[in-house]
Design a protein around this ligand. Structure first.
Ligand code: TXA
Ligand code: MG
Length: 342
């Protein structure tokens, strides 16, 4: 574990960054922070490195990885047919939490793309991630650095909980900023299609390209998602979780009912309402409802805390389905396996 301060100047000269990059060049795997969540990086050109990523995470091999670059020039070696509209998005949001799915070009391990003809690429906006990728001077495949099925890591300690002993090292740069993963946008369709809502909102994308659609599987369970990773049960806490859009009074009544039946009950709430569930066993605020980015920032950590608190059931408040709220609701809905109390 290497502690690195992301505000340090000339990170590319930091010996720990150089060592992490060297390990990547030797086709081993290292976890590092990005602005969204911690990633587990490996050389995207090496079958051996990519196999190590899948093995460490216990990830199904049909779920492709995102290739991370340190500069926009690097993408032309990875994908082809980059339309002017896709370039416009790179210029608007890179470096940043937007992943573009584009036609693949030869130089990447076929395991990265799980045999697909497309590849997902993004340029992260974290100085540590960018320094490591640029010193390694390679395209770096990096899924979230959690065990498959666990919430993505937003602190180095989450990576340690999940992957200690299974990877060559962890660069600890403190808490990640956004807290949910990048938006995955398929640029091979007209209009472009959101496969996974994330750090860049639909409204932000529309401002730049005019029109985007949602993968139908984001709202309907009878459709197969186009991003293979979206079909897996994800981010599931140990307890049974329910989303409760009706809000406080309904949650209070549910808590009372379950307590009478001997259950240990948790409530996932916000700063505004945290004092309203005195009867619940564990009440965790994941941020300020008035400032949804704070909720995204702490959501995964909150889910991990519920696991530690050993509750039987979790009732969660819900959030408006706009801006970063779309990503928050997508992840909550996965954590709850779609269970919702109307
Ligand atoms: O914020 C992020 O994107 C983080 C950080 C580390 O960059 N990474 C991340 O990677 O979330 P991962 O592997 O946990 O999620 C990648 C998602 C999966 O749902 C995967 O199926 C989808 O992207 N994906 C990757 N390549 C694809 C492709 N060619 N076509 C469609 N979906 C793809
Ligand atoms: Mg992931």
């Amino acid at each position: 574990i290497w502690q690195v301060d992301r505000t340090e100047r000339h990170l590319e000269n930091n010996p720990m960054i150089i060592e992490a990059a060297e390990i990547l060049r030797q086709n081993d795997v290292v976890a590092f922070p990005t602005e969204t969540v911690y990633g587990l990086g490996g050389n995207a050109k090496s079958d051996e490195a990519i196999q190590r990523i899948y093995t460490a995470k216990g990830r199904p091999s049909d779920n492709p990885l995102i290739v991370h670059v340190a500069s926009k020039d690097q993408v032309d070696a990875i994908c082809t047919d980059i339309t002017p509209l896709a370039r416009k998005l790179m210029n608007a949001f890179w470096p940043g939490p937007l992943t573009l799915v584009l036609p693949k070009r030869g130089d990447i391990s076929t395991r990265v793309t799980a045999g697909l003809s497309t590849v997902a690429v993004r340029m992260p906006n974290d100085p540590i991630a960018r320094a490591i990728i640029s010193v390694a001077n390679l395209p770096i495949a990096a899924p979230s650095a959690n065990l498959s099925g666990k919430p993505s890591p937003t602190l180095a300690k989450h990576v340690i909980e999940d992957l200690n002993g299974k990877i060559a090292g962890i660069v600890d740069g403190g808490a990640t900023g956004v807290g949910v993963e990048s938006t995955v946008l398929d640029c091979t369709t007209t209009p472009f299609t959101i496969l996974r809502p994330g750090g860049i909102s639909k409204e932000q994308l529309i401002d730049v390209v005019g029109l985007v659609s949602d993968d139908p599987a984001l709202t309907r369970t009878d459709q197969t998602p186009k991003a293979p990773g979206m079909k897996y049960k994800h981010y599931a806490p140990k307890a049974l979780m329910y989303m409760v859009p009706k809000g406080k009074e309904t949650i209070q009544a549910l808590v009372n009912h379950d307590k009478e039946h001997g259950q240990r009950v948790g409530v996932l709430t916000t700063d505004e309402n945290v004092h309203r569930y005195l009867n619940a066993d564990v009440v965790i605020s994941c941020g300020e409802r008035a400032q949804l980015s704070t909720v995204a920032h702490q959501l995964y950590q909150t889910l991990r805390e519920f696991d530690e608190a050993n509750v039987d059931v979790i009732y969660s408040e819900t959030f408006p389905d706009e801006g970063i709220g779309q990503a928050i609701m997508n992840r909550l809905s996965k954590a709850a396996a779609g269970r919702i109390i109307e």
